[in-house]
Design a protein around this ligand. Structure first.
Ligand code: NAI
Length: 345
């Protein structure tokens, strides 16, 4: 039996992980707390840890896991900006779930967009109060509008297909453009200048940190709608708030927020929110915030659990090679051993 300490466990995680774990001799010990320097001791005696987007897997945590004999960090997410992959090399293997349902995220981005521009969130509240007035609910047609997509990977491309279905013109920016997909690529600045709607689908890296900042917002069209279902720190939230207050930004649809780690995923309704910026954003009539919910579909949860259990199995069995291993040397000049059909280290 492979023993796995499962951090930041939520009620919706357990059924699928217990089901797939039982089928493959992987036993999960669920902890509600997040992984960080204070909670890493809970992993003592485990073969692996299973973590999510807001667990802190820095060098100190990795060294402690290594000293406990933990062999694997299994991310149950696609994004891995919270794991110091470089520090992990040679100590603890890292795997992730590169794709579990890109449809879930792309569909959520569309749900946010339609809700926002057709004021569905306001109409829902009104009719529950028997207020059938239409004043203030005027939206706009998506047909004929230009959408700028940053990041044309798995999620971005599905989002593009949806937008084309609405009759929108799609332009895109990607550091590594996809060939043969019929996508009209433009520079990042051109995308900011020409788009009526901008949707972010790239990973958070040093390069994409605050991709949307004051300078970028200045270039945008008045009334632009910004959608972020990727990672909070792609947007400088202070600059976003200023853009909204200046009426430059028409609407913001956010599933992620830079400082979400200690706030999102939890019921904070009985507490005073100690984040002025988030409170101010939430108070804006043209901002919709969901709590990192884009991935949350039945299909995605099953795929996440199945892939994570398979990742864990392949790391501990046979040759230990896992296709979903994250290794900072893979494909680089200073190569790992994967080229030789071996484990990365
Ligand atoms: P992907 O890896 O298939 O696509 C990412 C794309 O971004 C690639 O085409 C890549 O070339 C491009 N890219 C990389 N650096 C860039 C840069 N500097 N500028 C512009 N484009 C750049 O990833 P996928 O599956 O489409 O996911 C995208 C992001 O969505 C993830 O990185 C993750 O942060 C986020 N995500 C959010 C979820 C949620 O629940 N809100 C769930 C799953 C993913």
């Amino acid at each position: 039996m492979i023993k796995v300490a499962f951090y930041d466990a939520k009620a919706y995680d357990k059924p699928s992980f217990e089901r797939y774990g039982a089928l493959h001799d992987v036993s999960f010990h669920f902890f509600e707390t997040k992984l960080n320097e204070d909670t890493v001791a809970l992993a003592k005696g485990s073969d692996a840890v299973c973590v999510f987007v807001n667990d802190t897997v820095n060098e100190k945590v990795i060294d402690t896991l290594h000293s406990f004999g933990v062999k694997l960090i299994a991310l149950r997410s696609a994004g891995y900006n919270n794991v110091d992959v470089r520090s992990a090399f040679g100590k603890v293997h890292v795997v992730h779930v590169p794709s579990y349902s890109p449809y879930a995220v792309a569909e959520h981005a569309i749900a946010l967009l339609l809700t926002s521009i057709r004021r569905i969130h306001k109409a829902y509240n009104r009719t529950r109060e028997f207020n059938f007035s239409l004043n203030g609910l005027t939206g706009f047609d998506l047909h004929g509008k230009t959408v700028g997509v940053v990041g044309t990977g798995k999620i971005g491309r599905i989002f593009i297909d949806f937008c084309r279905g609405f009759g929108m013109r799609v332009i895109a920016y990607d550091r590594f453009p996809a060939e043969g997909e019929g996508i009209e690529y433009v520079s990042q600045d051109e995308l900011f200048e020409k788009s009526d709607i901008i949707s972010l689908h790239c990973p958070l890296t040093d390069e994409t940190h605050h991709l949307i900042d004051k300078r970028a917002i200045e270039k945008m069209k008045k009334g632009v709608v910004i959608i972020n279902t990727s990672r909070g720190a792609l947007i400088d939230a202070e600059a976003l708030l200023e853009g909204i207050k200046d009426r430059k930004i028409g609407a913001a649809c956010l599933d992620v927020y830079e400082e979400e780690a200690d706030i999102f995923f939890e019921d904070r309704s009985g507490h005073i929110l100690n984040d002025e910026l988030l409170s101010r954003l939430i108070s804006m009539p043209n901002v919709i915030i969901t709590s990192h919910q884009a991935f949350l579909t039945e299909e995605a949860l099953n795929n996440i659990a199945e892939t994570t259990v398979n990742n864990i199995k392949s790391c501990f069995e046979n040759d230990g090679i896992c296709d979903n291993e994250l290794c900072y040397r893979c494909g680089k000049i200073e190569k790992c051993r994967k080229d030789r059909k071996d484990k990365c280290f």
